[in-house]
Design a protein around this ligand. Structure first.
Ligand code: SAM
Length: 559
C-alpha cells in the first residue's frame, strides 16, 4: 500500500542544494555541558564534541585563567597522559605536570606519550601523538597495515573489551552531561544497560565506499625523503581530516573477502594508461572516476555473499568502464555492476543517472527473515549481523501486544526495514523518510515480503507543520531512528503533544540522542513545554568495532 500524500511535510528533494547544505553543514560546539550548544537546529549534521568535559577526572586546569603558565602553546611538545576516550574516539589527555586537558586522536586511555600541540583556543587544545612512552595496558597489535593512519579504524590498537568499556562510558557520560540525567538516581542506574558487543570484529561491513584521487597521501612518518609526495593516483579512503587526500588502500579488513578481491582487481588495472581513466580532482573539478562503492549482500537461496560494484563517475561515459567491468565480472560473487553518473562538483556518490553495466541493479539482503532488495543508493544498516541483534532489541523495547491491534510510526524509516520487521505483529505501520529512492525501496520491500499493512510516506521530518500525521490514526508506538543530527525541535514537540505510550529511540549519535532524551523527559522549559516520558532503558550496541561509532536503543515510556 503506497500513500502519495505528504501529510503536512514540505519536501526538499534530496538532490537539491539546500538538502545537501543541510546534511553536510557541520557545527562545532565548545561547551560539553550545555544543552543549548546541542540545540536541535537543522544544521547539526556533524556536531563535533571537540570539547574538554568540565568533569575530566582529576584536576582540570583549563578554566583556571589565573595561571596562564598552564596554557600550552601551538607547536609545543609536551608529555601527556591519556585519561579516557571521548566522543568520536579522541583521547582526553592531561599535560603531565600542569593538568591542562587536551584532545588527541589515537591516544589510548592510560597511555603516556609525547605530543605536539596542533590547535590552541581559549580553554581548548588539540595535540598530535608523536611517540609513546608507556603504552596502554590493553594495547594490541593492529591486524590492518593501515590502522595507524587510516581514518576508519582508529582504535584497532585497543583490546576489543577495552573499546567496549570506553564506548559504554562515553554513552553514560553524555547522558549525564548533555542529557542531564543523574547517575545517582536508581531509575537511571536501572535504565542504563551494559553495551552489547559485536561478535564478529572484522569483515562486518556490507558496504564500503572508496575514493579516487589524483595524488595519494602518505603519512609524514612514512615518507622516505622530504621530496617524496606520495604515490600518484590513489584509490582508497580519505586521509583523516582531509577531503582532498586519499590514502591508497589495497585491502580493507572491515569488508568481505570478495569485496577485497574486487578492490584488488580495480587497483591493479585502473591506472593502466591504455584505459585512459583519470581520478576526480576535487580542486580542479576534472577527472572521471569519483568513487568505487562495494556492497555485499546474501544470496536468498544459498545465503552466500553476492556483490554489487558501483562506479561513481563525473560524466556520462559508461563505455569507458567496459574493460574494468569485464575483469570484475569474472568474480563469481559479483551479480551487479552499476555506474552512477554524478556531474556535480561535489563529492557525493548518488548519481543523477544510473546504468546497469552487468547483471542486475539490486542485490538482496536478508534481515530477520525478510528479504530486501537494495539498490546502489539505498540506505541499509551496514553491519547486517549486528542489525539482527539491534532490531531484536527494538522489537523487545516496543513491547508489542502481538494481537495486531497497534499502530506504529516508523520515523526516519530508510528502506522500511524496522517497520517491516514489526508489521506482522501490528495493525499498521506508517513509515516516514526524506529520500525518494529509499521510500520506493521500502514500498517494494513491503510487496516483496507480502506485507500489505505498511505505508511509506516521503517527506522531510525537519519541515513538519501542525497538520503532520493528522489524518493518520493515533500511534501506540513510535520508533524514531534519526541520523546524526538527531530530531528537529518541531518533531520533538509533535511527539510530546502526541503522547504515544512508548517511544523507541534508535540513535547513531549518543550526543544528540542525550539531548533529545532530555527534551522528551524533562521538556523544553524555555518554550514552556513539559516532558512526558521516563527513560526506562538505554542500551548501547557496538555495531562498528575499532571505530568510534556507537549505536543506542532507548525506551521511553509515557509517565
Ligand atoms: C539512521 S538512518 C535509519 C534508517 C532505518 N531506520 C534503518 O534502520 O535502516 C536515518 C534515515 O533518516 C533519513 N532522514 C534523514 N533526515 C531526514 C529528514 N529530515 N526527514 C526524513 N527522513 C530523514 C535518512 O535518509 C535515513 O534513511
Amino acid at each position: 500500500m503506497a500513500a502519495t500524500a505528504t501529510f503536512g511535510l514540505r519536501y526538499i528533494p534530496s538532490n537539491s542544494w539546500l538538502h545537501k547544505f543541510r546534511t553536510r553543514t557541520s557545527i562545532r560546539t565548545r561547551s560539553f555541558t550545555t544543552l543549548a550548544s546541542l540545540s536541535p537546529v537543522e544544521d547539526t549534521e556533524d556536531i563535533q564534541l571537540n570539547v574538554i568535559p568540565k568533569e575530566v577526572p582529576g584536576t582540570n586546569n583549563n578554566n583556571d585563567k589565573s595561571n596562564k603558565s598552564y596554557f600550552p602553546k601551538r607547536g609545543q611538545t609536551l608529555e601527556l597522559v591519556c585519561e579516557s576516550l571521548a566522543f568520536k574516539g579522541k583521547g582526553v589527555c592531561k599535560v603531565a605536570d600542569t593538568g591542562f586537558a587536551l584532545m588527541c586522536d589515537r591516544a589510548l586511555p592510560g597511555e603516556r606519550f609525547i605530543g605536539r600541540v596542533t590547535r590552541k583556543k581559549d580553554n581548548y587544545a588539540e595535540a598530535k601523538k608523536l611517540k609513546t612512552i608507556t603504552p596502554h595496558t590493553d594495547y594490541v597489535e593492529a591486524l590492518c597495515e593501515y590502522a595507524s593512519h587510516c581514518g576508519g579504524c582508529k582504535t584497532q590498537n585497543l583490546l576489543y573489551e577495552a573499546q567496549l568499556k570506553a564506548k559504554e562510558q562515553q554513552v553514560r557520560d553524555l547522558v549525564v552531561h548533555v542529557g542531564k540525567f543523574s547517575d545517582q538516581e536508581p531509575e537511571f542506574a536501572g535504565a542504563m544497560k551494559p553495551i552489547v558487543p559485536c561478535d564478529i570484529q572484522f569483515h562486518y561491513r556490507n558496504k564500503m565506499e572508496f575514493s579516487f584521487g589524483p595524488k595519494g597521501w602518505v603519512p609524514a612518518e612514512q615518507l622516505q625523503e622530504k621530496s617524496t609526495e606520495g604515490c600518484v593516483y590513489a584509490l582508497g579512503l580519505h586521509a583523516p581530516g582531509f577531503f582532498d587526500k586519499v590514502l591508497n588502500v589495497n585491502k580493507c579488513l572491515l569488508q568481505s573477502d570478495p569485496a577485497n578481491e574486487v578492490l584488488a582487481i580495480v587497483q591493479e588495472c585502473w591506472r593502466d594508461p591504455e584505459l585512459g581513466l583519470s581520478p576526480w580532482n576535487v580542486h580542479s573539478h576534472s577527472g572521471f572516476l569519483k568513487h568505487l562503492m562495494l556492497r555485499t549482500g546474501s544470496n536468498v537461496e544459498t545465503g552466500l555473499p553476492e556483490l554489487m560494484v558501483n562506479f561513481v563517475t563525473s560524466s556520462d561515459n559508461p563505455e569507458y568502464l567496459k574493460p574494468l567491468v569485464e575483469k570484475i565480472a569474472t568474480i563469481s560473487e559479483v551479480v551487479s555492476i552499476v555506474n552512477n553518473v554524478n556531474t556535480s562538483i561535489g563529492n557525493t556518490s548518488v548519481g543523477e543517472k544510473e546504468y546497469t553495466l552487468y547483471g542486475k541493479s539490486t542485490i538482496t539482503e536478508i534481515l530477520r527473515g525478510l528479504t530486501f532488495q537494495i539498490s546502489a543508493n539505498s540506505f541499509f544498516q551496514t553491519n547486517t549481523r549486528q542489525a539482527e541483534i539491534l532490531y531484536k532489541l527494538i522489537e523487545d523495547c516496543a513491547f508489542l501486544k502481538g494481537d495486531g491491534s497497534e499502530i506504529v510510526l516508523d520515523l526516519f524509516c530508510g528502506t522500511g526495514t524496522i517497520g517491516l520487521t514489526l508489521a506482522k505483529r501490528v495493525k499498521h505501520v506508517y513509515g516516514f523518510e526524506v529520500v525518494a529512492q529509499a521510500v520506493a525501496d521500502a514500498r517494494q520491500n513491503a510487496t516483496l515480503n507480502c506485507i500489505n499493512n505498511a505505508t511509506f510516506i516521503e517527506g522531510d521530518l525537519n519541515k513538519i507543520d501542525s497538520t503532520f500525521a493528522s489524518s493518520l490514526p493515533k500511534p501506540d508506538i513510535i520508533i524514531t531512528d534519526p541520523n546524526r543530527p538527531g530530531m528537529h525541535i518541531k518533531l520533538i514537540k509533535f511527539l510530546l503533544k502526541l503522547k504515544a505510550t512508548r517511544i523507541v529511540y534508535v540513535s547513531c549519535n549518543p550526543a544528540t540522542c542525550a539531548r533529545d532524551l532530555n527534551y522528551l523527559c524533562y521538556g523544553v522549559p524555555e518554550q514552556n513545554i513539559e516532558g512526558h516520558y521516563r527513560l526506562s532503558s538505554l542500551q548501547p550496541v557496538d555495531m562498528f568495532p575499532h571505530t568510534p561509532h556507537i549505536e543506542c536503543v532507548c525506551l521511553l515510556e509515557l509517565r
